[in-house]
Design a protein around this ligand. Structure first.
Ligand code: HEC
Length: 96
C-alpha cells in the first residue's frame, strides 16, 4: 500500500516536471511571434527550433554587443539579460 502511494506521488511529480519544462521561459513570447516555437509552423524568419543552444546564445550576444548587424535583432537583443538568453536558447533547442 505504502509503495503504491509512493509510486503515485512519484508519477505526479514527474508529470508536473514534464509539463513545467515544456513551458516557455520568461521572455520567450517576445521571440515566438517571429521565430515559431514549432518546426511545423511555416515562417520566413530564420528557424530557432531545434537549433544548437550555444549558437543561439552567441548570436544574441553578438547582436547585443553590435558585433553582428541586424535589421531588428540588434535592438531586440538589448532587452535581454544573459540569464534570459540562456533560458530562451535552451527552450528553443528543446522544441521540435
Ligand atoms: C520582429 C520579429 C523578431 C522578433 C520579435 C525576434 N526576432 Fe530574432 N530574428 C528576426 C530576424 C528578421 C532575424 C534576422 C536578423 C535581423 O535581420 O535582425 C533574426 C535573427 C535571429 C537570430 C540569428 C539566427 C541565425 O542563425 O542567423 C537569433 C539567434 C534570434 N533571432 C533570436 C531571437 C530571440 C532569442 C528572440 C526573442 C528574445 C528574437 N529573436 C525575437 C526577427 C525577430
Amino acid at each position: 500500500m505504502r509503495s503504491t502511494l509512493a509510486a503515485a506521488i512519484a508519477y505526479v511529480t514527474i508529470a508536473a516536471a514534464t509539463v513545467a519544462s515544456a513551458e516557455p521561459p520568461a521572455g520567450a513570447a517576445a521571440c515566438s511571434g517571429c521565430h515559431p516555437s514549432s518546426a511545423r509552423v511555416q515562417s520566413p524568419v530564420v528557424r530557432l527550433v531545434g537549433r544548437d543552444r550555444a549558437e543561439i546564445v552567441k548570436a544574441m550576444q553578438d547582436f547585443r554587443s553590435g558585433a553582428r548587424a541586424g535589421t531588428v535583432m540588434d535592438r531586440i537583443a538589448k532587452g535581454f539579460t544573459d540569464a534570459e538568453i540562456q533560458a530562451i536558447a535552451a527552450w528553443y533547442a528543446a522544441q521540435r
